[in-house]
Ligand binder design. Structure first.
Ligand SMILES: [Zn+2]
Length: 138
């Protein structure tokens, strides 16, 4: 299977789809990613510690949204910006809700970013093909 473009990889990742084939059904729960893509057989954890990158993606999205919240808060309060409990409550909500909601998206987005940086090698293609074969595909 040829490598999709970076834009396609990212679009698929941001939609919780397999970045390699676009297949869905990757999660058995909100937090549990399957080991292989059920469609193409891609092994998501490509190396030990692979999902540290997903943690970074999730952290970056959370921090960006928190930054935008703070900028909007102070921007709307000009010319007399002030810290109020609502500002801190908003920060707390963003810091807890965004990483939880974005968690599965961060995993597939990171898988897409990693695939864009490092396309599948022959061993990974063979692993995916073996997975599909064991499952019964021809
Ligand atoms: Zn796939």
């Amino acid at each position: 299977m040829s490598q999709p473009s970076v834009g396609i990889l990212l679009r698929r990742g941001l939609r919780r789809r397999c970045p390699h084939c676009g297949g869905g059904g990757l999660f058995t729960g909100w937090f549990r990613l399957a080991e292989h893509c059920p469609t193409c057989g891609l092994r998501f954890e490509r190396e030990p510690g692979f999902f540290i990158g997903a943690l970074f993606v999730n952290f970056a999205v959370t921090e960006i949204l928190m930054f935008l919240w703070i900028v909007a808060w102070f921007g709307l309060a000009l010319p007399h910006p002030h810290v109020r409990p609502e500002l801190l409550a908003g920060i707390g909500v963003i810091a807890t809700v965004v990483p939880t909601v974005f968690y599965p998206f961060s995993k597939t987005t990171w898988a897409a970013i990693h695939l864009a940086m490092e396309p599948l090698d022959e061993a990974e293609e063979a692993d995916a093909a073996a997975y599909r074969f064991e499952r019964g595909d021809r």
